[in-house]
Design a protein around this ligand. Structure first.
Ligand code: COI
Length: 358
């Protein structure tokens, strides 16, 4: 496909960029450029490029605004100590993007084109990749949506692909403190046959009211149970879940109605180096509560690209509360977190070939 570069005439000054990079937060500031491409059935993918960051011009009847035909991805570019810039397993995001596209009846973007678009944008805005040394990165947000102006309900015949980039500090501004989860009895996230495995905006829109419910109960995030039995752990608000047991297992809910997280998959492979056996299987809320009570579940954490690993120190549901361990971030949790970050920032050898230099 190819993403030729057209430089913006209105980049931020070095001073303005430095002021943003001093405290970027998450998702608030954007770099000078964006990648984009269009698609129609007749032309296929076309007009692909990296050009100036600019607003879209969308007809008010653009299908995405009405029927939410949309998908997205999230990945990061990391600066290493020698100033080089790297992506972490971007081909997994490319593959998941293609699967999400199929589920949302959007056209597949070739996986090489996905990776190329991300790489070309990072090259164009390399100065925006935060300096090595903190837990900062350049968050990349590829997305695709139905831009056809049409109110009939069918797959759109005009689709837009784009990537924007946003410098990111730690996702949770308060640092790696443990969070608590609200086990919702009101809301579920996905059902068998639904869109749970796709990274589509609707899954996140549907979660907002559950997130509010969690906050009303004094919790930080939601823990979703399955839609059929309201019994099996699915995922937390925007992250996958992992449990560590006293007999050395790392258990995470199996795939199906949850998002197949890149960090989830990476953690499953890394934990053997921490003496844990990875296990993918169903876990019931009763098992979790009992395990917290009798100490057979020693640590719980959430995994995702944005926040990496977040320790979970307690749960609340209708009429009950459970504490994990001693209500402090778990030791293995923090060690696995450091391990992932060490890999991403090039502090340990990349023996699995997960990093890709930009
Ligand atoms: C994650 O990286 O964990 C996410 O799900 C991204 C979030 C900002 C939607």
């Amino acid at each position: 496909l190819g993403f030729p570069f057209e430089q913006t005439t209105t980049p931020l000054s070095d001073e303005e960029r430095a002021a943003i990079l001093a405290d970027p937060g998450f998702g608030r500031y954007f770099t000078d450029h964006m990648a984009s491409a269009g698609w129609t059935p007749a032309a296929g993918w076309h007009n692909s490029r990296v050009g100036p960051l600019q607003p879209f011009s969308l007809h008010p009847s653009a299908a995405v605004l009405h029927y939410a035909q949309e998908i997205f991805e999230g990945l990061k570019a990391y600066r290493h100590a020698d100033d080089s810039v790297w992506l972490f397993r971007p081909e997994l995001n490319a593959r998941r993007f293609a699967r999400s596209a199929t589920r949302l009846a959007l056209p597949e973007l070739p996986e090489e084109a996905f990776v190329q678009s991300v790489e070309e944008l990072v090259k164009a805005d390399e100065a925006w990749v935060p300096a090595y040394g903190g837990e900062q990165s350049l968050y990349l947000r590829p997305f695709m949506f139905a831009s056809e102006p049409f109110l009939g309900v069918r797959p759109a015949a005009h689709v837009t692909y784009s990537v924007v980039a946003s410098p990111a500090g730690p996702y949770f501004s308060s640092g790696v403190t443990g969070v608590t989860l609200w086990v919702s009895n009101t809301y579920t996230r996905a059902a068998v046959g639904g869109m749970g495995a796709a990274k589509t905006g609707g899954n996140y829109a549907g979660g907002l009211v559950a997130q509010l419910e969690a906050q009303e109960h004094g919790c930080d995030q939601v823990l979703y149970l399955d839609g059929a039995e309201h019994r099996w752990l699915e995922e937390s608000g925007t992250m996958n879940l992992c449990l560590i047991t006293s007999d050395g297992e790392l258990i995470t809910p199996g795939l199906g109605t949850i998002l197949e997280g890149v960090t989830r998959g990476s953690v499953l492979q890394l934990v053997t180096e921490h003496g844990l056996t990875p296990v993918e299987r169903r876990v019931s809320i009763d098992e979790l509560r009992a395990g917290c009570r009798d100490g057979s579940i020693t640590e719980v954490f959430a995994v995702g690209t944005a926040a990496v690993i977040t320790p979970i120190v307690g749960f609340k549901g209708d009429g009950y509360e459970a504490v994990v361990g001693d209500r402090q971030p778990g030791k293995i949790t923090l060690a696995v977190r450091e391990h992932i970050l060490d890999l991403q920032y090039g502090r340990v050898p990349d023996s699995r070939g997960w990093l890709r230099r930009v």
